[in-house]
Write a protein that binds this ligand. Sequence first.
Ligand code: FRU
Length: 479
Amino acid sequence: MKKSVVELNDEFSSAIYPLKGEFRNKYHIEVPNGLINDPNGLSYNKGEYNIFFQWNPYTCEHKYKHWGYIKTKDFIRYKKPKIMLAPDSVIDKDGCYSGTGKFIDDKLNIFYTGNVKNNGERIPHQNIAIFDENDMLIKKKPLIVGIPDGYTEHLRDPFYININGVYCMILGAQNKSLKGRVVMYISKDMNTWDFYGEINTKLDDFGYMWECPNLININGYDALIFSPQGLEKHEFKYQNLYQSGYILGHYNFENNTFMHNSFYELDYGFDFYAPQVFKDNNRIIMIGWLGMPEDNIEKESPTLKNNYIYTLTMPRVLKVENGRIKQSPLEEIKLLRDKEILENKNMICERHEVNIKNRCLEINLELEVFADFKYILEFKKEKIILEYKSLDNILILDFTNLNKGKNGVRKVKMPDNKLRSIQMFLDVSTLEIFINDGEITMTSSFFAESRDVNLRISSDKEFKLNSYRVWNMRGFIYE
Ligand code: FRU
Protein backbone atom coordinates (compact mmCIF):
# COMPACT_ATOMS: atom_id res chain seq x y z
CA MET A 1 0.00 0.00 0.00
CA LYS A 2 1.50 3.36 -0.99
CA LYS A 3 1.43 6.24 1.47
CA SER A 4 -0.10 9.68 1.06
CA VAL A 5 2.01 12.82 0.76
CA VAL A 6 1.07 13.72 4.35
CA GLU A 7 2.08 10.29 5.67
CA LEU A 8 5.38 10.37 3.81
CA ASN A 9 6.16 13.87 5.05
CA ASP A 10 5.35 12.93 8.63
CA GLU A 11 7.85 10.15 8.34
CA PHE A 12 10.55 12.33 6.75
CA SER A 13 10.11 15.24 9.13
CA SER A 14 11.24 13.04 12.01
CA ALA A 15 14.42 11.91 10.24
CA ILE A 16 17.51 12.81 12.19
CA TYR A 17 20.28 14.62 10.32
CA PRO A 18 23.08 13.96 9.63
CA LEU A 19 21.62 10.73 8.31
CA LYS A 20 23.28 7.45 9.18
CA GLY A 21 25.25 5.46 6.63
CA GLU A 22 28.89 4.92 5.84
CA PHE A 23 28.80 6.84 2.57
CA ARG A 24 26.43 9.67 3.47
CA ASN A 25 27.70 12.94 1.98
CA LYS A 26 28.06 16.00 4.14
CA TYR A 27 27.55 18.81 1.64
CA HIS A 28 25.52 17.12 -1.05
CA ILE A 29 21.79 16.67 -0.68
CA GLU A 30 20.80 13.46 1.09
CA VAL A 31 17.35 11.93 1.58
CA PRO A 32 16.47 9.43 4.33
CA ASN A 33 15.58 6.69 1.87
CA GLY A 34 14.86 5.82 -1.71
CA LEU A 35 16.26 6.86 -5.05
CA ILE A 36 16.74 10.38 -6.28
CA ASN A 37 17.39 11.41 -9.85
CA ASP A 38 16.88 14.57 -11.96
CA PRO A 39 16.82 18.03 -10.42
CA ASN A 40 13.40 19.58 -11.14
CA GLY A 41 11.59 22.88 -10.77
CA LEU A 42 14.72 24.90 -9.94
CA SER A 43 13.59 28.43 -9.21
CA TYR A 44 14.40 31.56 -7.27
CA ASN A 45 12.15 34.18 -5.74
CA LYS A 46 12.78 36.88 -3.13
CA GLY A 47 15.96 35.44 -1.73
CA GLU A 48 14.82 31.81 -1.67
CA TYR A 49 15.99 28.97 -3.86
CA ASN A 50 13.59 26.11 -4.57
CA ILE A 51 15.10 22.80 -5.51
CA PHE A 52 12.90 19.86 -6.44
CA PHE A 53 14.07 16.46 -7.62
CA GLN A 54 12.82 13.10 -8.78
CA TRP A 55 12.39 10.89 -5.73
CA ASN A 56 11.19 7.35 -5.25
CA PRO A 57 10.67 7.47 -1.48
CA TYR A 58 10.10 3.71 -1.14
CA THR A 59 12.85 1.75 -2.86
CA CYS A 60 16.08 2.23 -4.78
CA GLU A 61 14.48 1.41 -8.13
CA HIS A 62 13.33 3.68 -10.96
CA LYS A 63 9.66 3.45 -9.93
CA TYR A 64 7.07 5.55 -8.05
CA LYS A 65 8.59 8.85 -9.10
CA HIS A 66 7.52 11.67 -6.78
CA TRP A 67 8.83 15.23 -6.58
CA GLY A 68 11.01 15.85 -3.55
CA TYR A 69 11.60 19.40 -2.34
CA ILE A 70 14.20 21.34 -0.42
CA LYS A 71 14.50 25.05 0.04
CA THR A 72 17.46 27.23 0.91
CA LYS A 73 18.51 30.86 1.13
CA ASP A 74 22.24 30.30 1.19
CA PHE A 75 22.95 26.75 -0.09
CA ILE A 76 24.16 25.81 3.39
CA ARG A 77 21.01 25.68 5.51
CA TYR A 78 18.20 23.62 4.01
CA LYS A 79 14.69 22.74 4.94
CA LYS A 80 14.53 18.98 5.41
CA PRO A 81 13.53 17.19 2.19
CA LYS A 82 9.86 16.53 1.78
CA ILE A 83 7.51 15.24 -0.86
CA MET A 84 5.55 17.78 -2.89
CA LEU A 85 4.05 15.72 -5.72
CA ALA A 86 2.98 12.08 -5.63
CA PRO A 87 1.79 9.95 -8.56
CA ASP A 88 -1.62 9.64 -6.96
CA SER A 89 -4.03 10.78 -9.65
CA VAL A 90 -5.20 9.71 -13.11
CA ILE A 91 -3.06 12.39 -14.74
CA ASP A 92 0.25 11.05 -13.37
CA LYS A 93 -0.42 7.62 -11.88
CA ASP A 94 2.74 6.00 -13.29
CA GLY A 95 5.11 8.74 -12.22
CA CYS A 96 5.42 12.48 -11.68
CA TYR A 97 8.26 12.88 -14.14
CA SER A 98 10.68 15.76 -14.62
CA GLY A 99 9.84 19.38 -15.31
CA THR A 100 10.49 22.99 -14.40
CA GLY A 101 9.27 25.67 -12.04
CA LYS A 102 8.50 29.28 -12.80
CA PHE A 103 7.27 32.13 -10.63
CA ILE A 104 4.38 33.79 -12.40
CA ASP A 105 2.82 36.69 -10.44
CA ASP A 106 4.79 35.59 -7.39
CA LYS A 107 3.26 32.11 -7.44
CA LEU A 108 5.40 29.10 -8.18
CA ASN A 109 4.00 27.19 -11.16
CA ILE A 110 5.28 23.68 -11.67
CA PHE A 111 5.24 22.11 -15.14
CA TYR A 112 5.81 18.36 -15.13
CA THR A 113 5.14 15.22 -17.12
CA GLY A 114 2.51 12.87 -15.79
CA ASN A 115 3.51 9.43 -16.93
CA VAL A 116 0.33 7.45 -17.56
CA LYS A 117 0.29 3.89 -18.85
CA ASN A 118 -2.94 2.18 -19.81
CA ASN A 119 -2.78 -1.43 -21.02
CA GLY A 120 0.88 -1.00 -21.86
CA GLU A 121 0.31 2.20 -23.84
CA ARG A 122 2.04 5.32 -22.53
CA ILE A 123 0.02 8.53 -22.72
CA PRO A 124 2.20 11.46 -21.73
CA HIS A 125 0.42 14.28 -19.88
CA GLN A 126 2.07 17.68 -19.55
CA ASN A 127 0.70 18.93 -16.27
CA ILE A 128 0.71 22.07 -14.20
CA ALA A 129 0.57 22.37 -10.42
CA ILE A 130 0.52 25.66 -8.53
CA PHE A 131 1.49 26.48 -4.94
CA ASP A 132 -1.42 27.63 -2.81
CA GLU A 133 -1.36 29.89 0.30
CA ASN A 134 -0.48 26.91 2.51
CA ASP A 135 2.53 25.99 0.40
CA MET A 136 0.81 22.92 -0.99
CA LEU A 137 1.15 22.09 -4.66
CA ILE A 138 -2.29 21.88 -6.24
CA LYS A 139 -2.56 19.91 -9.47
CA LYS A 140 -4.68 21.55 -12.18
CA LYS A 141 -6.21 20.26 -15.40
CA PRO A 142 -3.44 18.87 -17.69
CA LEU A 143 -2.15 21.33 -20.27
CA ILE A 144 -1.39 18.82 -23.01
CA VAL A 145 -2.46 15.19 -23.27
CA GLY A 146 -1.04 12.77 -25.83
CA ILE A 147 1.47 13.20 -28.62
CA PRO A 148 1.72 15.29 -31.78
CA ASP A 149 1.72 13.60 -35.21
CA GLY A 150 5.10 12.23 -36.19
CA TYR A 151 6.35 11.54 -32.65
CA THR A 152 6.37 8.57 -30.28
CA GLU A 153 5.10 8.25 -26.72
CA HIS A 154 8.50 9.50 -25.45
CA LEU A 155 7.49 13.10 -24.90
CA ARG A 156 8.45 14.57 -21.55
CA ASP A 157 10.29 16.99 -19.25
CA PRO A 158 8.58 20.35 -19.97
CA PHE A 159 10.81 23.41 -19.73
CA TYR A 160 8.78 26.58 -19.55
CA ILE A 161 9.94 29.89 -21.01
CA ASN A 162 8.32 33.12 -22.01
CA ILE A 163 9.47 34.30 -25.45
CA ASN A 164 8.33 37.83 -26.37
CA GLY A 165 5.17 37.48 -24.30
CA VAL A 166 4.29 34.02 -25.67
CA TYR A 167 4.13 31.15 -23.18
CA CYS A 168 6.37 28.40 -24.53
CA MET A 169 7.08 24.89 -23.39
CA ILE A 170 9.83 22.78 -24.86
CA LEU A 171 9.81 19.01 -24.45
CA GLY A 172 12.21 16.14 -24.94
CA ALA A 173 10.92 13.98 -27.78
CA GLN A 174 11.52 11.11 -30.13
CA ASN A 175 10.28 11.20 -33.71
CA LYS A 176 8.71 8.26 -35.54
CA SER A 177 12.11 7.45 -37.10
CA LEU A 178 13.33 6.97 -33.52
CA LYS A 179 15.52 10.04 -33.45
CA GLY A 180 15.89 12.40 -30.52
CA ARG A 181 14.32 15.85 -30.86
CA VAL A 182 13.15 18.90 -28.92
CA VAL A 183 9.64 20.12 -29.71
CA MET A 184 7.78 23.24 -28.67
CA TYR A 185 4.19 24.04 -27.67
CA ILE A 186 2.94 27.60 -27.32
CA SER A 187 0.03 29.28 -25.58
CA LYS A 188 -1.45 32.74 -25.21
CA ASP A 189 -3.49 32.08 -22.08
CA MET A 190 -1.83 29.10 -20.34
CA ASN A 191 -4.92 26.96 -20.98
CA THR A 192 -4.84 26.10 -24.67
CA TRP A 193 -1.53 24.89 -25.96
CA ASP A 194 -0.73 24.48 -29.66
CA PHE A 195 1.99 22.37 -31.16
CA TYR A 196 4.51 24.84 -32.60
CA GLY A 197 6.87 22.25 -34.08
CA GLU A 198 10.31 20.91 -33.69
CA ILE A 199 13.30 23.12 -32.89
CA ASN A 200 15.36 22.77 -36.07
CA THR A 201 19.00 21.96 -35.41
CA LYS A 202 21.85 20.46 -37.40
CA LEU A 203 21.79 17.37 -35.21
CA ASP A 204 19.62 15.18 -37.39
CA ASP A 205 20.95 11.80 -36.38
CA PHE A 206 22.06 12.22 -32.80
CA GLY A 207 20.70 9.51 -30.53
CA TYR A 208 17.23 8.00 -30.16
CA MET A 209 15.86 10.29 -27.44
CA TRP A 210 16.65 13.73 -26.03
CA GLU A 211 15.64 14.13 -22.41
CA CYS A 212 15.38 17.19 -20.19
CA PRO A 213 15.80 20.11 -22.62
CA ASN A 214 16.61 23.63 -21.32
CA LEU A 215 16.66 26.78 -23.46
CA ILE A 216 18.40 29.76 -21.92
CA ASN A 217 20.46 32.80 -22.81
CA ILE A 218 23.88 32.82 -21.19
CA ASN A 219 25.71 36.15 -21.48
CA GLY A 220 24.41 36.84 -24.95
CA TYR A 221 24.45 33.30 -26.35
CA ASP A 222 21.43 31.04 -26.64
CA ALA A 223 22.08 27.59 -25.24
CA LEU A 224 20.04 24.46 -25.82
CA ILE A 225 21.06 22.06 -23.09
CA PHE A 226 19.73 18.51 -23.29
CA SER A 227 20.49 14.89 -22.46
CA PRO A 228 20.72 12.68 -25.55
CA GLN A 229 20.50 8.91 -25.27
CA GLY A 230 22.00 6.46 -27.74
CA LEU A 231 25.23 8.15 -28.84
CA GLU A 232 28.05 5.87 -29.85
CA LYS A 233 31.03 5.72 -27.46
CA HIS A 234 34.30 7.35 -28.57
CA GLU A 235 37.69 7.41 -26.92
CA PHE A 236 37.36 11.02 -25.79
CA LYS A 237 33.61 11.57 -25.74
CA TYR A 238 30.24 9.99 -24.99
CA GLN A 239 31.83 7.52 -22.61
CA ASN A 240 28.89 7.06 -20.26
CA LEU A 241 25.63 5.25 -20.92
CA TYR A 242 23.85 8.58 -21.57
CA GLN A 243 25.17 12.08 -22.20
CA SER A 244 24.35 15.65 -21.21
CA GLY A 245 25.54 18.60 -23.22
CA TYR A 246 24.68 21.69 -25.18
CA ILE A 247 24.72 23.57 -28.42
CA LEU A 248 25.42 27.30 -28.41
CA GLY A 249 24.38 29.93 -30.92
CA HIS A 250 21.24 31.79 -31.79
CA TYR A 251 17.64 30.60 -31.51
CA ASN A 252 15.12 32.20 -33.85
CA PHE A 253 11.56 31.84 -32.58
CA GLU A 254 9.97 32.95 -35.90
CA ASN A 255 11.24 29.93 -37.80
CA ASN A 256 11.91 27.78 -34.72
CA THR A 257 15.51 27.30 -35.79
CA PHE A 258 18.66 27.08 -33.72
CA MET A 259 21.85 28.15 -35.53
CA HIS A 260 24.64 26.54 -33.60
CA ASN A 261 28.15 25.15 -33.39
CA SER A 262 29.17 21.64 -32.25
CA PHE A 263 27.55 19.71 -29.42
CA TYR A 264 29.78 19.68 -26.32
CA GLU A 265 29.34 17.58 -23.23
CA LEU A 266 28.85 19.35 -19.94
CA ASP A 267 30.81 16.91 -17.83
CA TYR A 268 33.37 14.16 -18.38
CA GLY A 269 33.12 12.18 -15.14
CA PHE A 270 31.20 8.95 -14.48
CA ASP A 271 28.05 10.43 -12.95
CA PHE A 272 26.38 13.45 -14.43
CA TYR A 273 23.00 13.55 -16.13
CA ALA A 274 19.78 15.50 -16.75
CA PRO A 275 21.00 18.93 -15.59
CA GLN A 276 18.61 21.84 -15.20
CA VAL A 277 19.36 25.56 -15.31
CA PHE A 278 17.62 28.61 -13.85
CA LYS A 279 18.30 32.25 -13.14
CA ASP A 280 18.50 34.12 -9.87
CA ASN A 281 19.04 37.90 -9.84
CA ASN A 282 22.21 37.85 -11.84
CA ARG A 283 23.41 34.30 -12.35
CA ILE A 284 22.60 31.27 -14.48
CA ILE A 285 22.82 28.32 -12.13
CA MET A 286 22.92 24.65 -13.08
CA ILE A 287 22.40 21.56 -10.96
CA GLY A 288 22.74 18.03 -12.34
CA TRP A 289 21.83 14.58 -11.16
CA LEU A 290 24.98 13.03 -9.72
CA GLY A 291 24.17 9.63 -11.14
CA MET A 292 23.83 7.49 -14.23
CA PRO A 293 21.13 4.83 -14.50
CA GLU A 294 23.34 1.84 -15.26
CA ASP A 295 21.39 -1.15 -14.08
CA ASN A 296 24.20 -3.45 -12.99
CA ILE A 297 26.14 -0.71 -11.19
CA GLU A 298 23.02 0.66 -9.53
CA LYS A 299 22.21 -2.79 -8.14
CA GLU A 300 25.63 -3.02 -6.53
CA SER A 301 25.77 0.42 -4.98
CA PRO A 302 27.16 0.14 -1.43
CA THR A 303 24.52 2.65 -0.28
CA LEU A 304 21.70 0.18 -0.91
CA LYS A 305 22.26 -1.39 2.49
CA ASN A 306 21.01 1.88 3.96
CA ASN A 307 18.13 1.90 1.45
CA TYR A 308 19.09 5.01 -0.50
CA ILE A 309 20.94 5.92 -3.67
CA TYR A 310 22.21 9.05 -5.47
CA THR A 311 22.49 12.75 -4.89
CA LEU A 312 22.56 16.03 -6.87
CA THR A 313 25.66 17.97 -7.92
CA MET A 314 26.69 21.19 -6.26
CA PRO A 315 25.13 24.23 -7.92
CA ARG A 316 27.36 25.72 -10.62
CA VAL A 317 27.33 29.11 -12.30
CA LEU A 318 27.46 29.07 -16.10
CA LYS A 319 29.23 31.51 -18.40
CA VAL A 320 30.13 31.39 -22.06
CA GLU A 321 33.77 31.95 -22.96
CA ASN A 322 35.52 31.12 -26.24
CA GLY A 323 32.48 29.33 -27.61
CA ARG A 324 32.12 26.99 -24.64
CA ILE A 325 30.19 26.91 -21.42
CA LYS A 326 32.38 27.31 -18.36
CA GLN A 327 31.17 26.17 -14.95
CA SER A 328 32.23 27.50 -11.59
CA PRO A 329 31.08 26.45 -8.15
CA LEU A 330 28.62 28.86 -6.64
CA GLU A 331 30.32 31.59 -4.57
CA GLU A 332 28.27 30.56 -1.50
CA ILE A 333 30.07 27.20 -1.39
CA LYS A 334 33.10 29.07 0.01
CA LEU A 335 31.11 29.51 3.22
CA LEU A 336 31.37 25.77 3.70
CA ARG A 337 35.13 26.07 4.03
CA ASP A 338 36.22 25.19 7.52
CA LYS A 339 39.85 25.09 8.62
CA GLU A 340 42.47 25.69 5.97
CA ILE A 341 44.81 22.76 6.33
CA LEU A 342 47.32 23.51 3.63
CA GLU A 343 48.55 26.70 2.10
CA ASN A 344 51.55 26.66 -0.17
CA LYS A 345 52.66 29.35 -2.56
CA ASN A 346 55.22 29.56 -5.33
CA MET A 347 56.84 26.18 -4.90
CA ILE A 348 58.87 24.30 -7.46
CA CYS A 349 58.63 20.57 -6.83
CA GLU A 350 59.27 17.17 -8.28
CA ARG A 351 56.70 15.60 -6.04
CA HIS A 352 54.44 16.61 -3.21
CA GLU A 353 52.57 14.60 -0.63
CA VAL A 354 50.30 15.38 2.28
CA ASN A 355 48.23 13.10 4.48
CA ILE A 356 44.83 14.33 5.64
CA LYS A 357 42.63 12.79 8.32
CA ASN A 358 39.37 13.76 6.68
CA ARG A 359 37.85 13.29 3.32
CA CYS A 360 35.48 16.24 3.00
CA LEU A 361 37.80 18.69 1.34
CA GLU A 362 38.12 21.49 -1.12
CA ILE A 363 41.41 21.26 -2.96
CA ASN A 364 42.58 24.21 -4.99
CA LEU A 365 45.68 24.23 -7.17
CA GLU A 366 47.09 26.78 -9.55
CA LEU A 367 50.01 25.30 -11.34
CA GLU A 368 52.38 25.11 -14.29
CA VAL A 369 53.34 21.72 -15.59
CA PHE A 370 55.95 20.90 -18.19
CA ALA A 371 55.48 17.16 -18.59
CA ASP A 372 53.03 14.40 -17.77
CA PHE A 373 51.49 15.02 -14.39
CA LYS A 374 49.44 13.05 -11.86
CA TYR A 375 47.26 14.17 -8.98
CA ILE A 376 46.51 11.14 -6.84
CA LEU A 377 43.95 10.71 -4.07
CA GLU A 378 45.10 7.69 -2.07
CA PHE A 379 42.67 5.98 0.25
CA LYS A 380 45.07 3.39 1.69
CA LYS A 381 45.33 0.85 -1.15
CA GLU A 382 42.53 2.38 -3.19
CA LYS A 383 43.26 5.30 -5.49
CA ILE A 384 41.71 7.89 -7.73
CA ILE A 385 44.17 9.29 -10.26
CA LEU A 386 43.76 12.41 -12.33
CA GLU A 387 46.39 12.25 -15.01
CA TYR A 388 47.41 14.93 -17.47
CA LYS A 389 49.22 13.98 -20.68
CA SER A 390 50.94 17.19 -21.61
CA LEU A 391 51.89 16.46 -25.20
CA ASP A 392 48.37 15.60 -26.31
CA ASN A 393 46.63 17.82 -23.76
CA ILE A 394 44.55 14.92 -22.48
CA LEU A 395 43.05 14.40 -19.03
CA ILE A 396 42.34 10.94 -17.70
CA LEU A 397 40.26 10.22 -14.62
CA ASP A 398 41.31 6.76 -13.50
CA PHE A 399 39.02 4.79 -11.18
CA THR A 400 40.61 1.39 -11.88
CA ASN A 401 42.10 1.24 -8.37
CA LEU A 402 38.79 1.44 -6.54
CA ASN A 403 37.13 -1.70 -5.15
CA LYS A 404 33.48 -0.65 -5.23
CA GLY A 405 31.24 1.44 -7.46
CA LYS A 406 32.33 2.93 -10.76
CA ASN A 407 35.45 1.49 -12.30
CA GLY A 408 37.43 2.24 -15.46
CA VAL A 409 38.68 5.50 -16.93
CA ARG A 410 37.16 8.63 -18.43
CA LYS A 411 39.24 10.64 -20.90
CA VAL A 412 38.90 14.09 -22.32
CA LYS A 413 40.88 16.19 -24.77
CA MET A 414 41.18 19.67 -23.32
CA PRO A 415 40.22 22.62 -25.50
CA ASP A 416 43.50 24.25 -26.63
CA ASN A 417 44.69 25.38 -23.19
CA LYS A 418 47.31 23.75 -21.01
CA LEU A 419 46.49 22.56 -17.53
CA ARG A 420 46.45 25.65 -15.31
CA SER A 421 44.23 24.89 -12.38
CA ILE A 422 42.53 22.04 -10.58
CA GLN A 423 39.74 22.52 -8.09
CA MET A 424 38.33 19.43 -6.40
CA PHE A 425 35.41 19.04 -4.07
CA LEU A 426 35.70 15.80 -2.22
CA ASP A 427 32.73 14.73 -0.14
CA VAL A 428 32.28 11.37 1.59
CA SER A 429 31.24 9.61 -1.62
CA THR A 430 31.31 12.25 -4.37
CA LEU A 431 34.04 14.00 -6.26
CA GLU A 432 33.51 17.11 -8.41
CA ILE A 433 36.51 18.33 -10.37
CA PHE A 434 36.78 21.72 -12.10
CA ILE A 435 39.73 22.06 -14.48
CA ASN A 436 41.03 25.44 -15.70
CA ASP A 437 38.31 27.40 -13.93
CA GLY A 438 35.57 25.10 -15.12
CA GLU A 439 36.49 24.68 -18.79
CA ILE A 440 36.20 20.96 -18.06
CA THR A 441 34.36 19.33 -15.20
CA MET A 442 34.43 15.69 -14.09
CA THR A 443 31.83 14.52 -11.61
CA SER A 444 31.55 11.08 -10.02
CA SER A 445 30.47 9.08 -7.05
CA PHE A 446 33.09 6.83 -5.46
CA PHE A 447 33.10 4.45 -2.53
CA ALA A 448 36.64 4.06 -1.22
CA GLU A 449 36.77 2.67 2.29
CA SER A 450 39.42 4.70 4.10
CA ARG A 451 38.37 7.95 5.79
CA ASP A 452 41.87 9.39 5.49
CA VAL A 453 43.30 10.52 2.23
CA ASN A 454 46.83 10.96 1.05
CA LEU A 455 47.13 13.67 -1.60
CA ARG A 456 50.09 12.94 -3.82
CA ILE A 457 51.40 14.83 -6.83
CA SER A 458 53.99 13.52 -9.22
CA SER A 459 55.34 14.53 -12.59
CA ASP A 460 58.02 13.50 -15.07
CA LYS A 461 59.61 16.93 -14.68
CA GLU A 462 59.61 19.64 -12.06
CA PHE A 463 56.33 21.49 -11.79
CA LYS A 464 55.40 24.80 -10.30
CA LEU A 465 52.70 25.20 -7.67
CA ASN A 466 51.73 28.84 -7.81
CA SER A 467 49.18 28.19 -5.14
CA TYR A 468 48.09 24.97 -3.39
CA ARG A 469 45.36 25.25 -0.78
CA VAL A 470 43.21 22.65 0.97
CA TRP A 471 40.28 23.24 3.31
CA ASN A 472 38.21 20.92 5.43
CA MET A 473 34.58 21.28 4.42
CA ARG A 474 31.57 21.67 6.70
CA GLY A 475 28.32 19.83 6.16
CA PHE A 476 24.91 21.22 5.27
CA ILE A 477 22.58 22.10 8.08
CA TYR A 478 19.03 20.69 7.79
CA GLU A 479 16.35 22.54 9.71
C1 FRU B 1 15.90 11.52 -17.01
C2 FRU B 1 14.49 10.97 -16.96
C3 FRU B 1 13.48 11.96 -17.51
C4 FRU B 1 12.22 11.55 -16.83
C5 FRU B 1 12.71 11.16 -15.46
C6 FRU B 1 11.96 10.06 -14.80
O1 FRU B 1 16.75 10.91 -16.06
O2 FRU B 1 14.42 9.75 -17.63
O3 FRU B 1 13.37 11.96 -18.91
O4 FRU B 1 11.28 12.57 -16.77
O5 FRU B 1 14.07 10.77 -15.63
O6 FRU B 1 12.44 9.86 -13.51
